[in-house]
Design a binder for this molecule. Structure first.
Ligand SMILES: Cc1cc2nc3c(=O)[nH]c(=O)nc-3n(C[C@H](O)[C@H](O)[C@H](O)COP(=O)(O)O)c2cc1C
Length: 190
């Protein structure tokens, strides 16, 4: 059975990014996939402490908090959906704090070749959903940068980007993006 996880970076449970990510997980579930959701805003966790223990003494993050289970789930899932609104030209603070903790999913040793080895097993897909108020031309770099890092972990990365939204209107229509991501779910899971 396909295992899908959804890591939700917006505080709005029914906001634009959550509803687009939800169209993927709903479709995946209807196709028989197992789905687990992680709503970051409801979790208690710290950002990376830069202790480097995960690169010197252990193979995982030594912090033990709500993100611990998310990091383990990423290693086990076939498809991981990452979603966030754009806040100040980047992902939300909730998402970025979590994303830095993914540092522990890399084995980094600068004296070795290759210097970076992913701890995420190969053959997985990541979907990066990003929504913003600004026009399409602005902040194109956000998905590009996050895609680049997800590729370092070995994910095959698909981006679903939604722009031109009106801030403060969480229930606005994103049905075309939902249709786009539902089609992706059918392609990946069917
Ligand atoms: C604190 C904050 C900062 C934001 N900064 C930006 C920004 O820099 N650029 C932008 O295009 N939209 C910005 N927005 C608008 C959100 O990206 C937009 O409303 C998005 O659709 C919200 O996603 P959500 O509905 O999933 O929460 C910001 C919104 C908030 C609350």
């Amino acid at each position: 059975m396909t295992k899908v996880i959804s890591i939700l970076g917006s505080p709005r449970k029914k906001g634009t990014s959550a509803r687009i990510a939800g169209a993927f997980t709903d479709t995946a579930q209807s196709l028989g996939a197992e789905v687990e959701k992680f709503y970051l805003n409801g979790m208690t966790y710290r950002g990376c402490q830069a202790c480097e223990t995960c690169h010197s003494k252990t193979d995982k993050c030594v912090l033990n908090d709500d993100v611990t289970a998310v990091l383990e789930a990423i290693k086990e899932a076939d498809i991981a959906v990452f979603s966030s609104p754009v806040y100040y030209g980047d992902t939300s603070g909730q998402f970025k704090l979590f994303y830095d903790r993914m540092y522990s999913l890399l084995d980094i040793n600068v004296t070795r070749d290759p210097a970076i080895i992913s701890r995420v097993p190969k053959g997985k897909t990541a979907i990066f959903v990003v929504t913003q108020g600004d026009i399409n031309e602005i902040f194109r770099d956000v998905p590009e940068r996050y895609k680049m890092f997800l590729e370092v972990y070995g994910f095959d990365v698909k981006v679903v980007r939604r722009t031109d939204l009106i801030e403060g209107v969480p229930d606005q229509d994103v049905s075309d993006s939902q249709a786009e991501i539902a089609a992706l779910a059918k392609e990946l899971i069917a």
